[in-house]
Design a protein around this ligand. Structure first.
Ligand code: FAD
Length: 318
C-alpha cells in the first residue's frame, strides 16, 4: 500500500502549493507507515520534489500532455494509483486538481474529501477535518472506501523541507488526442499569482478610479505582495478579472490580506476567509469588513496608504 501525491506544475514549474501538498502527504504516509509516491507530468524540475520527502517519483513526459486536460491526466494518475496500490491519493486545491478529483474518484471507486485543512484526525476510519461555509466552520468527514482522495486547502499545512533520496522513474506513455481542444489561454499578468502569494494587497471601489491604483501597487511592491481587487473594480475595468477575489472570483489563502477601500460584503469575504491575518483600511468605521478583520485602520486610504508604504520601505531598508 502507498500514499500517492499528484505534483502539479504550471508550464513545467512547481508551485508552492505542490511542495505543500507533498510535505503534507509525507507526514500522512509516515503516520500510515506507507511509502510516498509522487506523480509528475511534464515537469522541467521533477528532481526538486525530492526536497519534500517522497520515496519514489514517477514522471511522465509527452508533448501531448503540455496542456492539462481531464481525460488524459485523470487516466494517467488513476492507472498509477492502481499500479502503486494507493490507499490514499493527495491533491492540492488548485482549479485543475479540483477538476481532476471527481474523475479520479469515479475511476478508482474512491471516497473524496475537498477543502481538507489538517492531517487526518484518525486513520481508522479515515476522519478528515474540512472547512465549510466558505471557511466559517469546520466539519469532520469520515471516508470509508478502500481508496480515498483528499484535496488539501492551500496554505493550511505549509511547506516542510524533508530531503529524500527518491528514485525517479521515467515512464513513457502513449497519449490519445484529447476530446477537449484548448483554443487559447489567457494568463494573468501579475508578477506574483494571487493563489500562491503569502501577502495580498487588494483594492476596492473606495480607491475611486484606476488612476489611483498606484497606492495598491506601491504597497504591494514594498511588501513583495500580489495585487487583488473587489468585483466591482474588475467589472468596471479598473483591473483585470484575474485579480477579482471573492465568491465569484479567486479564493485567497494568504498569510496576510490587506483590503483598501473594500466594504467587506459577504461575497467578498467568502473568498478571503481562509487568509490568516486580515488588515482593513477604510474611512467608514461602520464598514462590515472591520468585523472580519484582525487589524483595522479607520482613515482615508489616500492619507494612510502612502504613509504605510513609506514606513514599510524605511523599516525594510533599516
Ligand atoms: P463598495 O461597496 O462601494 O465599498 C467601498 C468601500 O470603500 C466602502 O466601505 C467605503 O467606506 C470605502 N471607502 C470609500 N472611500 C474611501 C477612502 N477614501 N479611503 C478608505 N476607504 C474608502 N464582490 C466581490 O468583491 N467579490 C465577489 O466575488 C463578489 N461576488 C458577488 C456575487 C454575487 C451573486 C453578488 C450579488 C455580488 C457579488 N459581489 C462580489 C459584490 C459585493 O456584494 C459587493 O458589492 C462588492 O464586494 C463591493 O465592492 P467594494 O467593497 O469595492 O465597493
Amino acid at each position: 500500500m502507498s500514499v500517492l501525491v499528484y505534483a502539479e506544475n504550471q508550464s513545467g514549474k512547481f508551485k508552492k502549493s505542490t511542495y505543500e501538498v507533498v510535505s503534507y502527504a509525507r507526514e500522512v504516509a509516515d503516520k500510515l507507515k506507507q511509502k510516498l509516491i509522487a506523480v509528475s507530468i511534464n515537469s522541467k524540475e521533477t528532481n526538486l520534489l525530492s526536497n519534500y520527502g517522497p520515496d519514489k517519483i514517477i514522471e511522465y513526459n509527452n508533448p501531448l500532455l503540455n496542456d492539462f486536460t481531464l481525460q488524459n491526466y485523470s487516466s494517467i494518475i488513476s492507472d498509477c494509483a492502481k499500479s502503486e496500490c494507493a490507499s490514499l491519493v493527495v491533491l492540492s486545491s488548485t482549479a485543475d486538481s479540483k477538476y481532476l478529483a471527481p474523475s479520479l474518484s469515479v475511476n478508482l471507486d474512491a471516497g473524496l474529501a475537498s477543502n481538507v485543512v489538517s492531517i487526518p484526525e484518525s486513520f481508522s476510519p479515515l476522519t478528515i477535518r474540512r472547512s465549510c461555509f466558505t471557511n466559517k466552520a469546520f466539519n469532520l468527514t469520515i471516508l470509508k472506501s478502500e481508496t480515498n482522495i483528499i484535496c488539501v486547502s492551500n496554505n493550511s499545512y505549509g511547506v516542510k523541507e524533508n530531503k529524500s533520496k527518491a528514485e525517479i522513474i521515467s515512464k513513457k506513455i502513449a497519449v490519445n488526442q484529447d476530446k477537449i481542444k484548448i483554443e487559447s489561454k489567457n494568463k494573468s499578468s501579475g508578477a506574483i499569482s494571487i493563489a500562491d502569494a503569502d501577502i495580498v494587497v487588494s483594492g476596492g471601489r473606495g480607491l475611486k478610479g484606476p488612476e489611483n491604483w498606484y497606492l495598491v501597487e506601491n504597497l504591494a511592491s514594498a511588501l513583495g505582495a500580489a495585487m487583488a481587487c473587489s468585483k466591482p473594480v474588475s467589472d468596471m475595468g479598473w483591473r483585470p478579472h484575474s485579480e477579482h477575489v471573492g465568491q465569484t472570483g479567486k479564493p485567497v489563502a494568504s498569510n496576510l490580506y490587506i483590503a483598501i477601500g473594500i466594504s467587506g460584503a459577504i461575497q467578498h469575504l467568502a473568498g478571503i476567509n481562509a487568509s490568516k491575518v486580515k488588515v482593513v483600511i477604510n474611512n467608514d468605521p461602520e464598514a462590515p469588513f472591520f468585523k472580519a478583520a484582525d487589524y483595522g485602520i479607520v482613515g482615508d486610504a489616500f492619507d494612510v496608504v502612502p504613509k504605510l508604504t513609506e514606513t514599510l520601505k524605511a523599516f525594510k531598508s533599516s
